[in-house]
Design a binder for this molecule. Structure first.
Ligand code: SAM
Length: 282
């Protein structure tokens, strides 16, 4: 089996590149091969899969993916890391054609030359939710994935209604997929050691709940409901629905006195449809 990166090689590579990991880019690199293999296994990556990895960094997870996947598309914003990655991969015995490295910002990634079917990533923590939502939105070919995020965010993504962690990221991610917690990861597997805990989230895409215009309307309702989280839906949505929130919520089959945190994505969808029906979308 190919050697993956360990603590000493990660340091050597960082020294070679004169890399000082930055918080701004969420640069905490995994130095433990077992953690990387575990993530790949949880995502059930096999030799027919094309994996998308966002933020490959020095390549710890990338090499574990290359061991199992047919192909890996790695999107890295830091040009020094993006340049080094193919070298590291070939030094570890992988073929050039198995890895596509792109020096790009994953926040604005909308198209790729190949169609990945699985996302596996240790996401940069400060932008993990928008990057995940962007990927779910623009890459329908991705049917499942495992992402490592800050534990607090993981609990939010996997939360169920009527839970303090349930919020806009949860409901939006639920538009495309079902998510659940897939384990926690100790701080000691990272260099530098982060000051937050990390957890894994597995997602599985389901059939889209509705059209793109319905999604946009539903997301507008979600934003409004969670911006006024403590308010009942009839008052949280009063502006959006031009004073008719109570009537339209009733039409959607939703109790107007309920709070957004108690509603499923399907219920938000019904409310979103009312927004379209009454020409209230922006
Ligand atoms: N996958 C590596 C690992 O597990 O060791 C590194 C993970 S590190 C938490 C996050 C990586 O994402 C860093 O390499 C960072 O440079 C990169 N990154 C940060 N913002 C990014 C963005 N907007 N688009 C693509 N990559 C980004």
């Amino acid at each position: 089996m190919t050697n993956l990166l360990g603590a000493s090689e990660v340091r050597e590579l960082a020294n070679k590149l004169d890399l000082k990991p930055t918080k701004k880019l969420g640069q905490n690199f995994v130095v433990d091969a077992n953690t990387c293999r575990k993530i790949v296994k949880l995502a059930e990556v096999g030799n027919k899969d094309i994996a998308l990895e966002i933020g490959p960094g020095l390549g710890s997870l990338t090499l574990a993916l290359l061991e199992s996947a047919k192909q890996v598309v790695a999107v890295e914003i830091d040009d020094r890391l993006a340049k080094q990655l193919p070298l590291t991969s070939s030094e570890h015995g992988f073929f050039d054609k198995q890895l596509i490295t792109l020096n790009q910002d994953a926040m604005v990634l909308k198209k790729l030359s190949v169609e990945p079917n699985v996302l596996v990533a240790n996401l940069p923590y400060n932008i993990s939710v928008p990057v995940l939502l962007n990927t779910l939105e623009h890459f329908p070919s991705i049917t499942r994935g495992v992402v490592m995020v800050q534990s607090e965010v993981a609990h939010r993504l996997a939360a169920k209604p009527d839970n303090k962690d349930y919020g806009s990221p949860t409901v939006k991610a639920n538009w495309w997929s079902s998510l659940h917690l897939a384990g926690s990861v100790g701080r000691s597997v990272f260099w530098p050691v982060p000051n937050v805990d990390s957890s894994l989230v597995r997602f599985d895409r389901h059939e889209p709940l509705g059209s793109e215009s319905e999604r946009r309307a539903t997301f507008a309702v979600i934003d409004e409901a969670f911006a006024k989280r403590r308010k009942m839906m009839r008052s949280a949505l009063s502006q959006l629905f031009g004073g008719k929130a109570e009537e339209y919520l009733n039409n959607a089959g939703v109790d107007p006195t309920i709070r957004g945190e108690a509603l499923s994505v399907e219920q938000f969808h019904e409310i979103g449809k009312q927004l379209i029906k009454h020409n209230l979308t922006k």
